[in-house]
Design a protein around this ligand. Structure first.
Ligand SMILES: [Fe+2]
Ligand SMILES: [Fe+2]
Length: 252
């Protein structure tokens, strides 16, 4: 079940595994069988519990040396100890690709699969979103989300590939937050991420985490399927999504 010229790519994904020394090993048995089920594995952030380098080494043990390429972003938990570079470095040492407002292109049996990623940030959604007005703290909160979304959008649009995948920790749409308290939506995602995804051509799938009590399925206003792959939502080591590339490969 790999991309063997049938025009499909099988994308495994999970987020919010929140690994530490007590949890390491929980996912590995299922991950060992990934080679027969997927072409790549995407990790949607919150890989550690408190963002320490020691916890990142647990993530490296859990997700290193797998039979498929692994591409990750960090989540807000991975920033908690103020050493996100050490966390990212431990993951890279294990062979993972770590993105932040950047992208990578993988070849899956001749299909060029582009993945752009960012942690992203909050800010809210249409009709209930933060604005760059008033106190400097409010401006900083809002502008941080805008800047990340802008840089992420440029990375996504700039990929030279056959199909694009958007990987964020914060949600690009409100639909996949269904189940979370409405009051915290501005801390769970931003419409700006959705705008960035819709502005790029040929995005086949958008994946995010962060909303542990949210819902799996949503869609951007432009029609890109969105999946919340937070582990508490999908309730298994990973989900696999089949991504059709055929329309993009067909002659114009
Ligand atoms: Fe989380
Ligand atoms: Fe999170």
């Amino acid at each position: 079940m790999t991309a063997t010229g049938d025009g499909f790519v099988r994308v495994a994904a999970v987020g919010d595994v929140h690994l530490d020394a007590d949890v390491v090993g929980r996912y590995r048995p299922a991950l060992e069988h990934l080679g027969g089920k997927a072409d790549l594995l995407l990790l949607a952030g919150d890989l550690t519990r408190h963002g320490t380098a020691e916890e990142a080494r647990c993530v490296a043990r859990e997700f290193g040396g797998l039979p498929v390429p692994v591409v990750a972003i960090l989540g807000n938990h991975d920033y908690h100890s103020d050493e996100p570079e050490a966390v990212a470095s431990a993951l890279r040492d294990a062979g993972l690709t770590v993105l932040e407002c950047s992208g990578t292109v993988l070849s899956c049996s001749g299909i060029r699969v582009g993945v752009a990623g960012t942690k992203g940030f909050g800010g809210g959604f249409a009709g209930a979103c933060a604005s760059e007005f008033g106190e400097p703290e409010m401006k900083a909160f809002t502008s941080h989300g805008r800047e990340l979304a802008d840089r992420f959008g440029a990375s996504l649009a700039g990929l030279d590939c056959d199909v694009r995948i958007a990987l964020t920790h914060y949600s690009p749409v409100p639909e996949t937050l269904l189940g979370e308290p409405l009051e915290i939506y501005p801390f769970l995602g931003s419409y700006r991420l959705g705008q960035a995804i819709d502005a790029a051509p040929g995005v086949g799938l958008a994946l995010h985490g962060h909303a542990h009590a949210g819902s799996e399925r949503g869609m951007t206003p432009g029609g890109v399927p969105v999946r919340n792959v937070a582990h508490p939502v999908i309730k298994q080591a990973y989900n696999v999504y089949q991504l059709s590339v055929a329309p993009l490969l067909a002659p114009a």
